[in-house]
Design a protein around this ligand. Sequence first.
Ligand code: TYD
Ligand code: MG
Length: 454
Amino acid sequence: MAKSASFTCSNCSAVHSKWSGRCDDCGSWNTISEDTPLSAGPETKGLGAARGKTITLSSLAEEDAPRPRTKSGLGELDRVLGGGLVPASAILVGGDPGIGKSTLLLQGAAAFAKAGLKAVYISGEEATSQVRMRARRLGLSDAPVQLAAETNLRNILTTLEKETPDVAIIDSIQTMWLDTVGSAPGSVSQVRAAAHELTSFAKRRGISVVLVGHVTKEGQIAGPRVVEHMVDTVLYFEGERGHQFRILRAVKNRFGPADEIGVFEMTGEGLSQVSNPSALFLSDQDAQQPGSAVFAGIEGTRPVLCEFQALVAPAPAGQARRSVVGWDGGRLAMILAVLEARCGIPFAGLDVYLNVAGGLRISEPAADLAVAAALLSAREDTSLPRRTVVFGEISLSGSVRPVGQTETRLKEAQKLGFEAAILPERSKMGTIAGFEVQKMPDLATLVGTIFGAG
Ligand code: TYD
Ligand code: MG
């Protein structure tokens, strides 16, 4: 049976069975083109043409030698990779243009080269002289990294095959093109074919490849999401443009925990590591403002303290605004609804702004109670108790549910000079000397004890 052709929209990556002038999914015109088969190997001829060879099956109990990892010496990068670079792995590093991906990977390449790996950096975006200039600025000119400026993937693969480096950095996947694919570099079919070639090359030749990918405004790595499925590890480099802090976050990792973060600071001499991120994300605790609550969170395997800031102000006539930076807007709406329905505190007619200080992005439900505390504090114009951290998940019934790793959170808070915590009633914990805890069975208790109302 012949394989039927498929057509992909270069704007939204929707796949269609036939060509048309307008994509039904995103409505854009002239963006649909026919997909080119990835390779003309035997699988495209259909199963009837030739029999495959028998593959060996093995049991789950069989032991493999652990994959030797190489540490770069950049602790924050190694942490996010799950303890160093795994040989023959494919890694995608995504992020907004200008966030610092090229800087991070040039520093990473230099660090791996100094750790004894043969590292190659291929730029499709900058000339070698520009990369050298950046290396000088970063103080890395003496690092044994080999450099090239090239976008033709056939040339790149031939070179890598000859040079056999341990790690190759491809900056960026959107600039690479294959002469077997008809469309322009950056199009969905080019990105997908280039990523497929590079990842299968990595496995075949035992070379680790790091692909840089630009992210679109919607937060997707431009090109099809399938690139994320092809690689072993997906890292996002994120941060607010106005802030110097940058977070490298593992969103997928076949060789380590996902959700691990590494924290960096962009300086005049490149990225420097931040080994104690909690101190960074907190403002001066002695001058605590109304609307501010410190959340003791867990990012990956490590505790991170950060500050939620809320502002509640009368809305001009019409629709009240809800604006969130660094947290989920849907979750904010839920907490406002619970405060209104279970505690009788209305937010109708009020604008609500919520912000995580320092440009951090929080996704843990454990932040619910800290958000509620910040909102109440802003609404009542009353500061929360000083040197106090808050955490706990809020359910729709208004009860406060315990969250994991209570002691890790409290110890981090104590280390940073905090003296008290507001937390869920049924939290599993021992007593911590010199640390006061206030246990909340439900949100109404928080309203009553902290704000004397409800
Ligand atoms: P870059 O790594 O080129 O970003 P990307 O590859 O993600 O597009 O980083 C560009 C920004 O980083 C640019 O605005 C300048 C800034 N920068 C510094 O602040 N300090 C430095 O040492 C370097 C190299 C860049
Ligand atoms: Mg770049």
